[in-house]
Design a protein around this ligand. Structure first.
Ligand SMILES: Nc1ncnc2c1ncn2[C@@H]1O[C@H](COP(=O)(O)OP(=O)(O)OP(=O)(O)O)[C@@H](O)[C@H]1O
Ligand SMILES: [Mg+2]
Length: 231
């Protein structure tokens, strides 16, 4: 059970500008992999393609032996709903729902929200925001909202977690807390984690790093230059 990218190319615009240059990679089941590189190197673009939210311009993405481009819309929807937890660079909470209701959203669709309420509260507790369970997003800070979004992504114990700078909005204490929680989910449940981060310390917490430079994977750490340091 792996994620395999074969010659993944992504272009935007007309005339097309190439942002990802024929990337080949493999992410094994249970791995915790970081994607790093400076701003504009293609990290989010790569994460969106690997998480099936965007299509490559050419090349193939294969997850669990299925070619994603060949899957029906229905199968793709089921895969995203049942097996994937997304954490975006900017949180997307529903403004009219409380923190707890937002965390329980994936369970509500499956009519499992009553059963999973305890787990939802535990997740809020572990992120230090149990007291915000009944608060609306607009009553919380950006960092608190981000933690709610992370709790939501973890609720269903997905097989894959795709996270784009999940700690970007957080102070160092809470950022470390989030990283440790992701690591714990990875170790205890074998969840495959693919995480974009600017922070070298967090990148080091991963099993392996995919370093991007100008849309290409820099495989050898020896090739690191000052340009690859985060801004
Ligand atoms: N929808 C789009 N249309 C046109 N160009 C895009 C689009 N999305 C991304 N790009 C371009 O692709 C390149 C890579 O963008 P991407 O968002 O993947 O970078 P990143 O590594 O995630 O950067 P950051 O660290 O700032 O989030 C950038 O030059 C960006 O301007
Ligand atoms: Mg980005």
């Amino acid at each position: 059970m792996t994620i395999i990218g074969k010659k993944i190319v992504k272009e935007f615009g007309e005339p097309p500008i190439r942002v990802l240059h024929s990337l080949d990679f493999e992410i094994k089941s249970g791995e915790f992999v970081s994607i790093s590189g400076r701003s504009g190197s293609g990290k989010s673009t790569l994460l969106y393609i690997v998480s099936t939210l965007d299509n490559p311009s050419s090349g193939e993405l294969i997850i669990d032996d299925k070619v994603i481009g060949d899957m029906s819309a229905k199968d793709l929807h089921a895969f995203r709903n049942n097996q994937v937890g997304f954490i975006f660079q900017f949180h997307y909470l529903l403004e009219e729902l409380t923190a707890l209701e937002n965390v329980l959203l994936p369970a509500r669709n499956l009519k499992r929200d009553v059963e999973l309420k305890g787990r939802a509260l535990d997740l809020l507790e572990s992120f230090g925001i149990a007291d915000k369970a009944q608060s609306l997003p607009k009553q919380m800070s950006g960092g608190e909202q981000q933690r709610v979004a992370i709790a939501r992504a973890l609720l269903m114990k997905p097989r894959y977690i795709f996270a784009d700078e999940p700690t970007g909005n957080l102070d160092s204490h809470n950022a470390l807390n989030v990283m440790k929680t992701l690591r714990q989910v990875n170790q205890e449940h074998g969840t495959t984690v693919l995480l974009v981060t600017h922070e070298p310390d967090y990148s080091k917490m991963a099993d392996r790093e995919i370093l991007l430079r100008d849309g290409k994977i820099v495989n050898e750490r020896m090739e690191l230059t000052a340009d690859d340091q985060p801004l």
